[in-house]
Structures are given as structure tokens and as C-alpha cells.
Design a binder for this molecule. Structure first.
Ligand code: 5AD
Ligand code: SF4
Length: 473
């Protein structure tokens, strides 16, 4: 193994990390930052101040992947300017585009030095050393057999065993990856190919990381996984723990006020997990449960392994367990073969459930997935019209949900300062953003807020009771 200890030269290097896509990528970017910090790197605010640029990429839809290539073009220009000034910029592509496209990235953009997949980034120190060696040979005028350093393995060892403990916590809230990969193979989705087979971290490791995060200031943890409710990690006693069991154990950590998990699959929503929404007060009353479509025919074509009735039954049981539960979901419109009647079934499902928030997308044809080879692809104009109709119904529901909180006093965890001077922004238990006037000293803390207005995407409020008096003092 290459010697990767920090040396004097590395002490002052800077890394700029840009993150695309999901919360899992945000978690991975933070872990890469921790790893690079242990090599003496510091974080740079922009690429102009960096020696190393890492793009942590997303491959879920075509638009997300293409953004990466335009950003790489910009980085190539910065690298070129640096060369003219006798300095260097190392460019690394990480994440799901790296995994899916591998060498193709270096072919399309030769300025890229490192391509590293989401399961191999714990090897970044070695990859950087190798990239530096190659750069030195190039500078010495040597011809190299291949450009770029590539690692898109799914290594037998888990990256989690090779990463340092998380460094810090931003504003009281932290992500914690507990599960990765997916074995479901929905016919539209690249995740089983880019993130690999389902893997659950052992419960003791999750608990240790959770304790470290709480010790570092987290009062809210969001458990992450591509299929987080399929979690089946090894428990301390050797038995297999479900997500419900893990959540119950995590709720015992003193100082941890809020727990969330995302993203779930309806098929893995078991009785114990539904009961946890009733029994664990720290588990927030919000659930993101993607359904994708309300048509049984389309759900079958998507290989979702369940029908509309299973989903609606879950909604009823979840609401019986936790009456104030806010539901969120993902929808795809224009999957191959989607008829007007199929789309209508989606609208009816939305109407019946009433979502607090949702994400909806036009179907994007992803190379290598079964959906991309299906006949009867839907035209762009039909997709756009359906998306607009769905989004207008979802926006109406979000607004109604937000307005239902007006007049209530709710606990808010403050996350950041707002765009307007004197404003701070936080989250309710139902994951709504609330904007109000208050001191930045509240960031990372929970305070009671009276909701004064409900809009489509956020709430407005004012500090209530004690906190308001303290602020005034
Ligand atoms: N096209 C459009 N949306 C997609 N998603 C996943 N794959 C595709 C695709 N090929 C959406 C799904 C998923 C969310 C993360 O992204 O709704 O739940
Ligand atoms: Fe993709 Fe389906 Fe797996 Fe979710 S469950 S990651 S949509 S294949």
C-alpha cells in the first residue's frame, strides 16, 4: 500500500467538493472531506482556491449526468490556466456517474485525473498518490499508457471500515448512512447498477457513529439508505436487526431529539416500523414513501413489486399509528406505455392520499435499464403536460398542508440564516421550512414557533413564549 501519511507539502492543500443529487451523496461528500482532512487538506469555498476539485455526481436522470460534463469543461479551463502559471489542479469525478461511465469520462474529458465510484472512495488517498505520480511523469515528458486513475470496484471490504469518524456537525443535524445499494431493480432505475447490491452496516457501527455525531452536537439524525427500510444489519448479539429495532436503540441515545429515515420502499414497510411511528417519540411524523405511479399496470411494468392497494393500505395503517404523519412521495410521469387512464390513476391516488410534499419527474431514459428498451416511449410534450397537471395538484396539497399549521405552536430546529437580514430558517417536525426573525444563536437548537402563514413551499412564523422573551432580553 502506498504511504499516504500527511506530509509537510500537503499541509496547506485545499479541496473543493461539489455535490450533485441525493442526500447519500451529501453524506459521501462529507466523508470524503473527513478523509482528505486527515491528509492535511482544508476545504475551499470555490475551485479558484483549490488544488483538488471533486465532483460527487448523480446519474439518476439524464439531466443530472449532463450537468457534470459541462462543469468538467469549466474545470478543464481552470486547469489549463493553472498550467500556464506553473501550478496544477487535480480533477476527480466521484459518485454514480463515475461508477456508470468509468473510463468514458476520461475519454470525453481528458483533463480528469481520477474517477472513483461510490463504494471505492475510501481509497482516495492511494488514488491521489497515483495521480500525482502520473502528473509528475507527464511533466517530465514521459508518455503514459493510459490517462486518469480509475477505481470503480465494488470492493469486498466495506468503505465504512476505512473512513475516519465524522468530523463535525452542521447546525445540529447530521446524515448517517446505514444501508446502501438496491436489489429491487425497478425498470427505470440506475441505482442497482451504480450503487451495487443491498448492504446494511452492522448495528454496532451505526450506534457508534450516531453517538459520535451526538457528541459532536447533533440533535437530529437522518438515517440514509437507497432502500433504508430494507435495513437488515447484524445486531450486537449476532441476530439480524430491522430498521424498527435500530430506531428503537438509537432513540435511547441521550441528547438525540429527532430521528428521520429516507428513502423507503412500500414493500419493506413492515408492522414493526409502522408501530415505531406510534411508539418512538423521537421519530418525526414525516415519511417519504415513493410510489411512482397510481396505476397497477404501470407499477407492474416498473417492477415495483406492489400495486396501488398495498400502498393505500400502508397509508391507512401509518395514519392510524401516527395521525399527524405527513406523507411525501416520488412520482414518475411518462414511463413507457403510460396511457391517459394510467396517468389518471396516479392523479386519483394523489387525490385520495393528500401529500404534504412530493417530488415528481418526467421519465428519463437511462442507458442499460430495461425501461430504456421498452417500446411505446412517451413524447416530450405529453410528459410535460402530465407533469404540469400533477405538480399543480401536488402544490395545491402542499399549500393546504402548510396552511393547516397556521396558528399552531410547533418545535423548530434552526438550520441557517435566511436570505433577508435578521431572518433564520428551520424545520418543523413535518420537514416544512419556517422563516422568521430571530438570532443566529438559535441555529442548531430547537425552539417553539407560532406559525403565522403557510405557503406552497414554506411557512412563516414568530418565536413563541419563553424563547421570544429570551430573545428580547
Ligand atoms: N426517470 C425519472 N425519474 C427517475 N427516478 C429514478 N429513476 C428515474 C428515471 N429514469 C426518480 C424516482 C425515484 C427518485 C429518486 O428519482 O421517482 O424515486
Ligand atoms: Fe431505484 Fe427502485 Fe431501488 Fe429505489 S427501489 S433505488 S427506485 S431500483
Amino acid at each position: 500500500m502506498t504511504d499516504v501519511r500527511p506530509d509537510a507539502q500537503r499541509q496547506h492543500r485545499r479541496v473543493f467538493i461539489r455535490t450533485y443529487g441525493c442526500q447519500m451523496n451529501v453524506y459521501d461528500s462529507d466523508r470524503m472531506a473527513d478523509l482528505l482532512r486527515s491528509l492535511g487538506y482544508r476545504l475551499a469555498e470555490s475551485v479558484e482556491h483549490a488544488d483538488l476539485a471533486v465532483l460527487n455526481t448523480c446519474h439518476i436522470r439524464e439531466h443530472a449526468s449532463e450537468k457534470v460534463y459541462s462543469e468538467l469543461g469549466r474545470l478543464r479551463d481552470v486547469k489549463q490556466e493553472r498550467h500556464e502559471a506553473g501550478r496544477d489542479l487535480t480533477i476527480a469525478v466521484a459518485g454514480c456517474v463515475a461508477q456508470a461511465e468509468g473510463e468514458e469520462i476520461v475519454r470525453r474529458q481528458p483533463a480528469v485525473d481520477i474517477v472513483v465510484g461510490p463504494q471505492a472512495y475510501h481509497r482516495l488517498p492511494e488514488l491521489l498518490a497515483e495521480a500525482e505520480r502520473k502528473a509528475a511523469l507527464k511533466r517530465a515528458g514521459k508518455r503514459l499508457p493510459g490517462a486518469g486513475v480509475l477505481d470503480t470496484d465494488f470492493p469486498a471490504e466495506s468503505k465504512f471500515d476505512h473512513l475516519p469518524t465524522p468530523h463535525g456537525v452542521r447546525a445540529g443535524s447530521a446524515f448517517l448512512s446505514i444501508q446502501e445499494g438496491c436489489d429491487k431493480f425497478c425498470t427505470f432505475c440506475v441505482v442497482p447498477y451504480t450503487r451495487g447490491a443491498e448492504y446494511s452496516r452492522p448495528a454496532v457501527h451505526v450506534l457508534a457513529e450516531a453517538r459520535a455525531l451526538v457528541a459532536a452536537g447533533a440533535i437530529e439524525l437522518t438515517l440514509l439508505g437507497q432502500n433504508v427500510n430494507a435495513y437488515h444489519g447484524e445486531g450486537p448479539d449476532g441476530s439480524t436487526w430491522s430498521l424498527a429495532r435500530l430506531i428503537t436503540a438509537l432513540a435511547g441515545i441521550e441528547g438525540l431529539a429527532r430521528l428521520r429515515y429516507t428513502t423507503s420502499h412500500p414493500r419493506d414497510m413492515d408492522d414493526d416500523l409502522i408501530a415505531a411511528h406510534r411508539d418512538v417519540p423521537q421519530l418525526m411524523p414525516y415519511l417519504h414513501l415513493p410510489v411512482q405511479s397510481g396505476s397497477d399496470r404501470l407499477l407492474a411494468a416498473m417492477n415495483r413489486r406492489h400495486g396501488r392497494d398495498l400502498f393505500l393500505g400502508l397509508v391507512d395503517r401509518l395514519r392510524a399509528a401516527r395521525p399527524d404523519l405527513a406523507l411525501s412521495s416520488d412520482f414518475i410521469v411518462g414511463f413507457p406505455g403510460e396511457s391517459d387512464a394510467d396517468f389518471d390513476a396516479t392523479m386519483q391516488l394523489v387525490d385520495r392520499v393528500g401529500f404534504a410534499s412530493a417530488f415528481s419527474f418526467k421519465y428519463s431514459r437511462r442507458p442499460g435499464t430495461p425501461g430504456s428498451a421498452l417500446p411505446d416511449q412517451i413524447s416530450e410534450s405529453v410528459k410535460s403536460a402530465r407533469l404540469a397537471a400533477l405538480q399543480s395538484l401536488l402544490a395545491e396539497q402542499a399549500r393546504a398542508f402548510n396552511q393547516s399549521k397556521v396558528g399552531q405552536i410547533v418545535p423548530v430546529l434552526f438550520a441557517e440564516t435566511g436570505r433577508k437580514p435578521g431572518q433564520i430558517v428551520g424545520k418543523t417536525p413535518w420537514l416544512q421550512s419556517v422563516h422568521l426573525d430571530g438570532s443566529p444563536r438559535l441555529i442548531g437548537r430547537i425552539a417553539e414557533v407560532r406559525v403565522t402563514a403557510g405557503h406552497t413551499n414554506s411557512l412563516a412564523g414568530e418565536l413563541a413564549g419563553l424563547m421570544r422573551a429570551e430573545e428580547a432580553a
